[in-house]
Write a protein that binds this ligand. Structure first.
Ligand SMILES: [Fe+2]
Ligand SMILES: [Fe+2]
Length: 151
């Protein structure tokens, strides 16, 4: 933990730990996301990349909500490869947001991050905050990386 100008800055592990160590989130290790990457590792990857992008471009962000929203963005809790839902790509942000709101104290900013992370596929769920835009971009970077290099 680092203190600057009366603000206590938490490190990435400190920010993500309250959700990443929750047993309900650990369930995501059971589901494959891309290649041989499970949903838990994908969510951690997206959270870390979002946080890193924020630092890299020196953006003013709500870091705690950015990391929590990013980590919970795919908290839909099923293996989409074996799921009957044919529109998983469109519907899972809604499912993830519903689960996150049920299991955690999710802020409106965090809910927005989760709901809009598949934009532009989910046409009407447009990212409306800097944090949501960042997660939307980080998700695409991580998904391509995992699909191409983690087979
Ligand atoms: Fe997703
Ligand atoms: Fe994702």
């Amino acid at each position: 933990m680092k203190k600057t100008e009366n603000r206590i800055l938490k490190t990435f592990p400190e920010l993500v730990r309250p959700v990443s160590e929750d047993p309900r989130c650990l369930k995501m290790k059971e589901y494959i996301q891309h290649g041989r990457i499970n949903t838990y590792d994908h969510c951690m990857d997206v959270a870390r990349t979002s946080y890193w992008l924020g630092k890299k471009f020196r953006l003013q962000l709500h870091e705690e909500e950015l990391v929590r929203g990013a980590f919970l963005h795919d908290y839909y809790l099923y293996d989409w490869h074996h799921h009957e839902e044919p529109w998983h790509g469109y519907t899972h942000p809604r499912e993830a947001a519903k689960n996150a709101c049920r299991d955690f104290h999710v802020t409106p900013l965090e809910e927005g991050i989760i709901r809009s992370h598949m934009w532009p596929l989910t046409l009407r769920s447009v990212p409306k905050s800097r944090e949501a835009i960042l997660v939307c971009i980080a998700d695409k970077i991580c998904s391509v990386r995992e699909t191409l290099f983690c087979r």
